[in-house]
Design a protein around this ligand. Structure first.
Ligand SMILES: [Zn+2]
Length: 308
């Protein structure tokens, strides 16, 4: 246990180093998130809420508990988010393979002390029901999302113009299924029955999506087989950088220490990018593969001190 705490503190020390290195600004000026969005999700450690939606720190409110449940405490935070922080969208993000499905109450109750059991309702007429109501276990992830969405929609304190949307996450593939994609499946079983087909559809539409961001991720021109043997753009850039580097070394004494460090970093980064792309080029066998267009920015740093 001690080791975990130690590695957390060490992690923070590294984080501080990162801040120093990258001259990062950690503080986000606003408390209200950038998007009027609140995500209620499970505490499952495989869900990296920000990463799976490519959100940034400060973009949304995130509430987590076991099983992405509508609880009194979740409602407390939701009401504050809606009425005090202008949240307009609530996403209930459930996931496949949820641990809450596997909790066995008949075994769990023996692990709890008498005081806790009493608090849960040990002496109530329907003890089993009291246990279930307290822990909010469920047997079906899909039904559970539908239920939580319905409960939020029915909550009088949440104005009707607030959009409540269910989403399903698959931790094994990273895919998100928005409500319209799984709504027609009333249960986990019927969803899983169609899962491979749904995944296939996802992959097909993903190809269309990739085309829309093609310029971001790949070059715009397909590589011809002959290109590999010719002196490529990459190699030219590499030469250019080598030249710059030489020039830089010659005049290094006129560069300040900070500039020197920055330049070294930039040159190192450039070299890494090029090395990576060279590896990709060398692995290509199929002529129709798209090759990333490498954009290497040679730093426009004033290497020489101007003479007045
Ligand atoms: Zn879960």
């Amino acid at each position: 246990m001690e080791d975990i705490i130690k590695s957390m503190i060490n992690g923070n020390n590294r984080y501080q180093w990162e801040i120093l290195q990258e001259n990062q600004k950690i503080g986000i000026d606003h408390i209200i998130p950038k998007y009027p969005l609140l995500i209620l999700t499970c505490m499952d450690p495989r869900i990296d809420v920000h990463r799976i939606f490519q959100l940034e720190l400060g973009d949304a409110f995130v509430l987590r508990n076991a099983g992405n449940q509508y609880t009194e405490d979740a409602l407390r935070s939701i009401l504050i988010a809606v009425h005090e922080n202008n949240v307009k969208y609530i996403v209930v993000l459930g996931h496949l393979d949820c641990g809450m499905k596997k909790v066995r109450l008949d075994k769990l109750k023996y692990k709890l002390n008498s005081q806790t059991l009493k608090q849960i309702g040990q002496y109530s007429t329907n003890y089993q029901f009291a246990l279930q109501r307290f822990f909010k276990t469920f047997v079906d992830e899909i039904t559970n999302i539908h239920n939580q969405v319905d409960r939020l929609k029915m909550t009088i304190g949440i104005p009707s113009e607030i959009k409540v949307i269910g989403m399903l996450y698959d931790p094994s593939t990273g895919w998100i299924f928005p409500e319209n994609e799984f709504k027609k499946y009333s249960s986990y079983v019927s969803f899983m029955h169609n899962y491979q087909k749904l995944l296939q559809q996802k992959r097909m539409t993903h190809i269309d999506f990739l085309e829309t961001i093609e310029s971001e991720i790949v070059g715009t021109e397909p590589l011809e087989l002959g290109d590999i043997n010719e002196k490529s753009e990459t190699v030219e850039i590499l030469d250019e950088i080598a030249e710059e580097n030489e020039d830089f070394n010659l005049k290094a004494e006129t560069v300040t220490e900070v500039e020197y460090r920055d330049l070294q970093q930039i040159l190192k980064k450039n070299a890494e990018v090029i090395e990576k792309s060279m590896n990709i080029v060398s692995k290509i066998q199929i002529p129709k593969i798209f090759i990333p267009k490498i954009r290497v920015h040679i730093p426009k740093v004033n290497l020489y001190k101007k003479e007045d």
